[in-house]
Each structure stands twice: as C-alpha cells, then as structure tokens.
Design a protein around this ligand. Structure first.
Ligand SMILES: *[C@@H]1O[C@H](CO)[C@@H](O)[C@H](O)[C@H]1NC(C)=O
Ligand SMILES: *[C@@H]1O[C@H](CO)[C@@H](O)[C@H](O)[C@H]1NC(C)=O
Ligand SMILES: *[C@@H]1O[C@H](CO)[C@@H](O)[C@H](O)[C@H]1NC(C)=O
Ligand SMILES: *[C@@H]1O[C@H](CO)[C@@H](O)[C@H](O)[C@H]1NC(C)=O
Length: 456
C-alpha cells in the first residue's frame, strides 16, 4: 500500500517540482511574505493541507521519526474487579513535516504559528492496552515551525487493562503498562523516539498527581521492545507506571477500629468469669464487629482475597474463640460449684504443683492475690463459690442441710466437699488463665504474621 502511494506521490512530486523554480531546498517553501502584515494567507498553505492524507516525507524510504512524551495528570480509577486503570494524560507528539518550510526573514521573523490539527497529517499513535476508543476532542491545534517541525499534544482519558494484584491492599503497589505504538505504520515508515527524558516525564507527572486522589505516582520507567505482528515489525515504547495507594483512609477506617475491638476482646478476659458478665460482653463485641464489617464492606476491593480480608476473618475467629472459651469456663465453674465430680489424682497433683509458692504457674490476672502463693482456702474470693453452693438448689443441698447437725463424720464430709469445690474452682481459673495466654499467643503471632506479610 505504502509503495503504491509512494509511486503516486512520486509522480505528483515530480509535477510539483517541475512547476516550481529549481532548487531542492526551496521546493516546498511557503511564500510567507505578508504573514506579519495581513496574517497567514490560507492559500499559501492550501497545498500542504491538501496533502494531509499522506505521510509528509519526500522520500518514502525514510521513516518518519515521531518523538513522544506524556504527562500523567490524574489517576482516576483503579478497578480491581475489571482489572482496569483509568488515567488521564496529555500526549505530546513531535515530528517533521517535510512539506512545511518558510524563510522567517521574508515575513518579519514569524517562525512559528498554530494550525488546526485536522488540516495536518497526524501520526496514529495509540495505547495498546487501552480499552476504549480514542475520544480526542475536536478542534485541537498543532504548532508548526518554519523548518517543518510539528508539535501536537492531545488530552487522553485512557482506560487501560492492567494486571492488578490486591493481595496487599491497602498497602498495595501496582505496576501498569502503557504501550504507545502506531496502528498501521511499521518500522519502515515510522520510528518512535522520546521527546523528553523519562525522569522529566516522571517529575512533571509526580508534581501534578501528588496533589490529588487516592493514588500516588511512584515512578515511570520505559522499555522499547519492538513488536512483531505476523511479519510486520512495529516500533513501540512501553512505559511502566508504578503507583501506590495512600493507605491512611483504610488504616483509619478499617484497621484501627478492628484492632480496637480485638484489644477490647482480649481485655474482657479480665472480667471475672464468675460474674457472668463476660459472655454477654463478648457477644456484644462480636455483634459490633459484624456490624462494622457490614458497614465497611464497600471500602474493600470487590474481588479477590486481599490480606486484609484474612485479617478480618482472623479477628472474627479470635472473637469467636474467646467466646467459646468463656462458655467453656462458665460451664466449668458451674459444674464446680453445683456438682463437682471427684478430681482425678493426676489433675490434683498438677494443681498442687502449680499452686505451690514460687512455682511460676500462670495466674489469672483478676486473681492476682493467688500469685502471692496463698492456698485457695485462705482466699476470700474463693469463699464465694462455696456460698453459692449453699444457695444453689440441687444435689449439694442435701449435704449442706446436714451441716447444722454437726456430727464429726458429717463435718468431715462437708469439709471434703468444700475442698473439692475449691479445687475445681481453682482448676477453672487455671484453665481460664492458660487459655487466655494461648489466646494472646495466637493473637500476637497471627497479627505479627499479617504485618510481616504486609511488609514484604
Ligand atoms: C510571494 O508572494 C508575493 C505576493 O503575495 C509576491 O510579490 C512575491 O514575489 C512572492 N515571492 C516568491 C518568492 O514567490
Ligand atoms: C531516499 O532515501 C534512501 C535512503 O536514505 C536513499 O538511498 C535514496 O537515494 C533516497 N532517494 C532519493 C530520491 O533521494
Ligand atoms: C527525536 O529525537 C531524536 C533523538 O532524541 C532526535 O535526534 C530527533 O531530532 C527528534 N526528532 C524530532 C522530530 O524532534
Ligand atoms: C514494572 O514491571 C516491569 C516489567 O514487568 C519492570 O521492568 C519494572 O521495573 C516494574 N516497575 C516497578 C516500579 O516495579
């Protein structure tokens, strides 16, 4: 196709050349006399406007060099579900039009003016990743200089496909590619170059993007691999746009409240298990957490499994586990104070071992006085469950009503019963403490794991 045009253009050029005064340099010179007095004469440019359908070169074996640069002015949307990045950029293109040339000395040193772009040949640079048709506004102008240099820039709203990885949300960084290439011109007809250095593009873009939005521009780098399509080789320039999410919104709205709720859940272990307040408190917390998750659902990415979802699931399961633990301890205490089964010998000795003074066995925080090495019988707090036994109707009642009788055997039996209750209560508290420590360990290790994963 190019060759067909080439020969036709050749004939046309030969005709044009033969009509004009001899001298190669002036072949396409525009007569610009009067430009500075009456403005540009459209007739002088008509010949160039008529040629806009053809690539503006005199020798078709020489490819047109188009130098490009762009300024990324906004990152409008990053859609993880559709894997689309919507950005706004200004594309600058610079190329030489061999047909345009005039002598500025003839026209009062006018060496540059604008021409509406639709009257000129424009390179068909597009973005390979773009997922929408080019919506270039009409009526844009290009600068032309007296040596045929054309500078054209156009705004582009680019919705480009980009492989987005939201695993590290909200601390994620994305690396999207914008590949500029020509639709139809192969390397024989068009070469792409850089109009500005990449660091200049990065600097200007960073200055503009910095002021707004959720995303921060980390940097832009480029690569220039050529692209084979069938047997044709196309020149292209790839820009890697690295962006990072500003996480503060998500940290404040998601991570901090969630962390507070888990902290309160952990602290609620300090509510005495006997009081019966702990389980309702934990259920309320669990409910609150579910409401929180429902409210904040919109802030999370719509697809994929980011680490933050794992973190939420972890927090929820920690709360459920702590509730289960409370249920278990409440049951154990109830069992201990109503119908304590005989304590297995090994458990008894273990308990003795643990309550021995200076044996550093974990003690429940709300029973700090036990840590001083007092035996359970000396503790005022532990009398409470025993009194509860007296008040509770049930199998224990028969034994206790006999207390007033006061024979030696009965007193012996009653003392044994009380001792058993004390042991079981103590065992429950020990279990509570142990499970609390395990909970804390699990909490710390899982949160450290999540933080560690976020940091990689
Ligand atoms: C340019 O045009 C003016 C009239 O507009 C004419 O007088 C002048 O001779 C022309 N110059 C050339 C080099 O053709
Ligand atoms: C066109 O350019 C090619 C390569 O630069 C050169 O070999 C050839 O002579 C040129 N043709 C003309 C007519 O100048
Ligand atoms: C394009 O860039 C190259 C190298 O940077 C330079 O040699 C060439 O003159 C430029 N072309 C245009 C039309 O600006
Ligand atoms: C983006 O990815 C490309 C290759 O896929 C790589 O060359 C480039 O260094 C990456 N940029 C950043 C900032 O990670």
């Amino acid at each position: 196709m190019e060759r067909g045009w080439s020969t036709r253009r050749g004939v046309f050029l030969c005709l044009a050349v033969s009509l004009l005064p001899p001298g190669r340099a002036n072949t396409f010179a525009i007569n610009c006399s009067g430009f500075h007095q009456h403005g540009v004469d459209p007739a002088a440019f008509q010949a160039i406007f008529n040629q806009k359908a053809f690539r503006p070169v005199t020798n078709y074996t020489i490819p047109t060099q188009v130098n490009i640069s762009f300024t990324l002015s906004a990152i409008l949307d990053v859609d993880a579900q559709l894997q689309l990045l919507t950005s706004f950029l200004w594309l600058n293109m610079v190329w030489d039009n061999s047909f345009i040339s005039w002598d500025p000395k003839e026209c009062g040193h006018v060496n540059k003016f604008t021409v509406t772009a639709e009257n000129l040949w424009l390179p068909d640079i597009f973005i390979v990743e773009s997922m929408n048709v080019d919506q270039t506004p009409e009526g844009l102008s290009a600068f032309v200089t007296n040596d045929g240099h054309v500078v054209y820039s156009k705004p582009m709203r680019v919705t480009s496909i980009c492989s987005l990885d939201i695993f590290y949300f909200p601390f994620d960084e994305q690396n999207c590619t914008l590949t500029f290439s020509s639709f139809i011109y192969t390397v024989d007809s068009m070469l792409l170059g850089m109009d500005k250095e990449v660091w200049e593009i990065t600097d200007t873009s960073q200055d503009i993007v910095r002021t707004q939005g959720e995303w921060e521009l980390l940097g832009i780098s480029k690569a220039t691999p050529r692209m084979f399509v069938g047997s044709s080789l196309y020149d292209q320039i790839m820009f890697y746009v690295a962006i990072r999410r500003r996480p503060s919104l998500y940290v404040i709205n998601l991570l901090v409240p969630s962390g507070f709720l888990v902290a309160i859940d952990a602290l609620s272990f300090y509510l005495p298990a006997e009081s019966g307040n702990r389980a309702p408190f934990k259920i309320t917390l669990l409910l609150g957490y579910n409401v929180f998750l429902l409210l904040m659902k919109d802030l999370l990415p719509a697809s994929g499994t980011p680490l933050i979802s794992v973190y939420f699931a972890l927090c929820l399961s920690l709360m459920v586990l702590s509730l289960l633990e409370t249920v278990f301890i409440t049951y154990l205490l109830h069992l201990a104070t109503t119908q304590p089964p005989p304590m297995p010998r090994w458990l008894h000795s273990l308990l003795l071992l643990c309550t021995c003074p200076r044996k550093c066995c974990p003690m429940a925080p709300h029973k700090g006085n036990q840590g001083l090495g007092l035996t359970p019988a000396q503790l005022p707090g532990l009398k409470e469950p025993v009194e509860l036994v007296g008040k509770a109707p049930g199998p224990g009642e028969a034994a206790l009503t006999g207390v007033s009788g006061g024979t030696g055997a009965q007193r012996e039996q009653e003392a044994q019963e009380q001792r058993r209750v004390e042991l079981w209560v103590e065992f429950s508290h020990m279990m509570d403490t142990l499970l609390f420590r395990l909970y804390l360990l699990f909490l710390a290790s899982s949160i450290l794991t999540v933080i560690g994963l976020w940091n990689t």
